[in-house]
Design a protein around this ligand. Structure first.
Ligand code: ZN
Length: 349
């Protein structure tokens, strides 16, 4: 059976010419999680010619409340490949390229420059700023979104005078991923789903050149009060981009920074002191694995860590511990991060 786009071709802003434009378009989707799933589904459904999905992660059962693109039986399998398989069923005409790897300094520029548009669906600031910088340097538009508990925000970057880049709004951002993300802080499943659907709307409008595309604005949405707020966010006159964009200068990940363990006993066997960096609230729900020290305290000027001790940091899913380990290594401490966090030990329980 052939895909049928008649219901969108019927829109006077699209028509056959707009549809042909979509079919010639190449879109990069960074992250195939709560935001990325609906983005990929809607763009494939719309007949965007070529989609690249990059995601290094595997499916965890705790993902499914916000990622209904996947199935429980696929837990443990790489999400990029699972997404591609689902999209092939939805629209076999769309070419989907699978990149089951991390979006990082080594591949950022080539990936971004090789597409017409980027939809940024990661859950961490490091990746968002890396996408931002690559997009500024390669002069490509990006649709950004983030979801947190019951809230979200949307922003569009375009290489023009009216759209702000992330560095216009957050010039001092550490781009570190230390701030909580949905995996640890909790999120209502359809919140990233709704934001991802809105990213898909913006992506299609950008490809088609219609609508106002959040020009000079950031949209904030509160899903408890059902209020929206548009903040003025014009391109900052003092924005230093592209000179401040540091794609190449962001150091490649230290290979020993993340470790995979079968159990925490293995850490002890290797002589590593386990430090649980989750919040006090999280520790109430699940007791601390080893010594407890929340991220903020750990990264304070007077960190309680000792120079001569070897540490492994753990958190819920391995995002905050990785960011903290990265920062502490720069300060000369012997730290590493448990890949996948405590969630990894829950598999198959
Ligand atoms: Zn800027």
């Amino acid at each position: 059976m052939e895909p049928d786009y008649s219901r969108q071709i019927a829109l006077k802003e699209i028509g056959a010419a707009g549809q042909a434009l979509l079919e010639r378009s190449r879109v990069l989707v960074v992250g195939a999680g709560g935001l990325g799933s609906p983005v990929l589904q809607y763009l494939a459904g719309a007949g965007v010619g070529s989609l690249t999905v990059i995601d290094h992660d595997t499916l965890d059962p705790s993902n499914l409340h916000r990622q209904p693109l996947y199935a429980l039986e696929d837990a443990g399998r790489p999400k990029a490949a699972l997404a591609a398989a689902a999209l092939a069923k939805l629209n076999p005409r769309v070419r989907v390229e699978v990149r089951a790897e991390r979006f990082g300094p080594a591949n950022a520029l080539d990936l971004v420059a090789g597409h017409d548009l980027v939809v940024e669906c990661s859950d961490n600031f490091r990746t968002k700023f890396l996408v931002n910088d690559a997009a500024v340097l390669a002069a490509r538009p990006v649709v950004f979104a983030s979801a947190y508990q019951y809230e979200g925000q949307l922003q569009v970057y375009k290489p023009d005078r009216e759209h702000a880049c992330l560095r216009c709004l957050w010039p001092e951002a550490a781009a570190d991923g230390v701030v909580g993300n949905c995996a640890q802080a909790g999120v209502l499943g359809p919140v990233p789903g709704a934001l991802g659907a809105m990213q898909a709307v913006l992506a299609l409008e950008l490809l088609l050149g219609i609508g106002t595309q959040l020009r000079g604005e950031v949209l904030l949405i509160d899903f408890l009060e059902f209020t929206t707020l548009k903040l003025r966010a014009p391109r900052h006159h003092a924005c230093d981009a592209p000179r401040c964009c540091r794609v190449r200068a962001i150091e490649p990940e230290d290979p020993g920074l993340e470790v995979t363990l079968e159990s925490l006993d293995e850490a002890a066997a290797r002589g590593w002191t386990v430090v649980d960096v989750r919040s006090a609230e999280e520790v109430v729900v699940r007791p601390a694995a080893g010594r407890h020290c929340p991220v903020a305290q750990l990264l304070a000027a007077e960190t309680p860590l000792a120079r001569e001790v070897e540490y492994v940091l753990v958190c819920a899913t391995g995002t905050r511990s990785l960011a903290a380990a990265r920062a502490l290594r720069r300060r000369g401490y012997s730290v590493r991060s448990l890949a996948g966090g405590l969630a990894r030990f829950d598999r198959g329980r």
